[in-house]
Design a protein around this ligand. Structure first.
Ligand SMILES: [Zn+2]
Length: 114
């Protein structure tokens, strides 16, 4: 188990390293609200952006009905409705941290400081 003195942000970094999790899953694992997870994630993104050895990966939201991918979306939260087909059946974005040198698997869209 993770030691209790770690901050939520450190714990988020720990649990998403090497995997992909939605904010809902993170909220469950950390015992905090999804809203708080998203708040922490914005800081995690900045922390990781300064760290040359790691990179933050965002798997964008996707519409379950027409496969529209929300690639240009900057916010980390899940969009409520598909602009293409108006469906509300949107798959939540998922977050992860990879080591910068790793070449395993396809590279997902990456959060940058554009
Ligand atoms: Zn759609």
């Amino acid at each position: 188990m993770l030691p209790p003195e770690r901050t939520p942000r450190q714990r988020i970094i720990d649990v998403i390293t090497g995997t992909r999790l939605s904010s809902y899953q993170l909220a469950q694992m950390l015992g905090i609200r999804e809203r708080q997870v998203e708040e922490h994630l914005t800081h995690v993104v900045k922390t990781i952006a300064r760290d040359k050895s790691r990179r933050f990966v965002l798997e964008p939201s996707r519409c379950q009905d027409c496969d529209f991918v929300f690639r240009d979306r900057r916010r980390l939260t899940r969009p409520s409705r598909c602009p293409h087909c108006r469906s509300e059946d949107i798959m939540a974005p998922r977050y992860g941290i990879d080591s910068a040198g790793s070449r395993s698997g396809p590279v997902d869209s990456q959060v940058s400081n554009r």
